[in-house]
Write a protein that binds this ligand. Structure first.
Ligand SMILES: *Cc1c(COP(=O)(O)O)cnc(C)c1O
Length: 423
């Protein structure tokens, strides 16, 4: 009998039966059949330590023996306090306050609500819209769908339901662009701000790497320019680091490449090493302090049931310790070098007629095809070679776990290249 489980992003009529995963260790997970698959995606980019990491598993077990859950309304506990202190320590200077929630989408909803309420509380009630970028992806809840790319962002069906926000063109200058090349992108951003700043509460962006919207990469200069424009026009800057946070772009946070402090930053995916769903929305003193006041409007009316869950906070703390103690920065740099050598430097791949572009940033690599048709069947092809690959549209990418060995990483890039060059 078919399983009652309804799978995400799937055409129910044509979807292949989902293989059953029974366990995992390191960069591999294991199927019921005994087949082991090398995960090139680390489960939607969150399992940064790979599967079955003994220290993360032990942290959850230990915390489960003490306290699995308690509400954060009017109460607190040490894992929530300790993780908040750690997040303040490791994120850009000035992000001193942490609001927990249970997923990246909700973390972004929290940031957008906070931004709007901040504007009301500081005397700008007309600033009720967001400014987002084309190619953006910020989550699947209604508020987040409204700030995803309205054309390619897979939510066009819901257009009539969603509030209308403003969009600026996606940045086009690459990661290593000169300041002059970035000026064109910043000019486009300035144009939208000049016209609409009086009704814009915040600019949202996935800094340096627009992930689910097509792995579009840009320069740290774009972030610095965006920061300056936001200050000029009285618009808050929100970094959605749900995908880029915890090392994915080569620095701990994408913001670190630019030395920029956003007004708010949203973290999820890698936050718990992927072991439990959780998110954090960080805010500066300026945002936080605007909420100190006497009116009814000063309370922030949001509170997910599972915010600050002790198991999630405890495993997130352990994840951060492992990250620092096991030199993950070094591991990410080595993976990045390998990805560049195997993919960027491969002439045959780069000149293949089906390939539009090849990009690498930190532990992220993408082969962009001209058409999604080109990638039909690549998942089955990879599986025959023992690798789990799941492209998004016309983008064949890898975002491996940071513990992926050199041999494993090469196996992944070999399969990605073979799909174009040998099949
Ligand atoms: C995945 C993702 C989200 C949504 O996170 P969920 O936990 O799936 O709700 C938001 N923003 C970015 C940049 C993401 O990659």
């Amino acid at each position: 009998m078919n399983s009652p489980v309804w799978h995400p992003y799937a055409h129910l009529k044509t979807q292949a039966p989902a293989p059953k995963v029974v366990g995992g260790s390191g960069a591999h997970f294991t199927l019921e059949s005994g087949e082991r698959l090398l995960d090139a995606t680390c489960s939607w980019w969150c399992m940064i330590h790979g599967y079955g990491h003994p220290r993360l598993v032990a942290a959850i077990r230990e915390q489960a023996g003490e306290l699995c859950h308690v509400m954060l309304g009017g109460l607190t506990h040490e894992p929530a306090n300790a993780l908040a202190r750690e997040l303040v320590r490791i994120t850009p200077d000035g992000l001193n306050h942490v609001f927990y929630s249970d997923s990246g989408s909700v973390g972004m909803e929290v940031a957008m609500k906070m931004a709007l309420q901040y504007q009301v509380l500081t005397g700008h009630p007309g600033k009720r819209k967001m400014l987002s970028l084309m190619k953006a992806y910020h989550g699947d809840t209604a508020g987040c769908m409204a700030v995803c790319d309205p054309e390619e962002g897979m939510h066009s069906l819901f257009a009539g339901l969603l509030p209308q926000h403003h969009f600026a063109p996606a940045p086009t200058a690459p990661f290593n662009a000169t300041a002059a090349e970035v000026a064109h992108d910043l000019g486009a951003l300035r144009e939208v701000l000049e016209r609409h700043h009086h009704e814009i509460a915040a600019l949202l962006m996935e800094p340096l790497l627009q992930a689910a919207g097509g792995l579009n990469m840009t320069s740290p200069d774009y972030l610095r320019g965006a920061r300056a424009l936001c200050d000029e026009f009285g618009v808050l800057l929100i970094f959605d680091e749900v995908a880029t946070g915890f090392g994915r772009t080569g620095e701990l946070f994408a913001a670190d490449h630019a030395g920029v402090t956003p007004d708010m930053m949203v973290l999820s995916k890698g936050l718990t090493g992927g072991y439990l769903g959780h998110a954090a929305t960080l805010a500066t003193d300026r945002i936080h302090d605007a909420f100190i006041g006497d009116s009814d409007h000063h309370a922030f009316m949001h509170g997910p049931t599972f915010m600050g869950n002790p198991l999630a906070c405890r495993v997130a703390l352990e994840s951060l310790r492992v990250f620092e103690e096991d030199d993950y920065r070094g591991k990410i740099a080595a993976l990045s070098q390998l990805l560049s050598r195997e993919l960027l430097d491969d002439d045959a791949l780069n000149h293949h007629p089906a390939v539009a572009d090849v990009r690498v940033l930190g532990a992220t690599a993408v082969i962009e095809a001209h058409s999604a048709e080109t990638l039909k069947g690549v998942g089955d092809f990879a599986r025959k070679h023992g690798v789990w690959l799941r492209p998004i549209g016309r983008w064949l990418y890898t975002m491996p776990a940071y513990i992926t060995s050199e041999a494993e990483m090469t196996r992944i890039t070999d399969v990605m290249k073979a799909w174009f060059l040998e099949s």
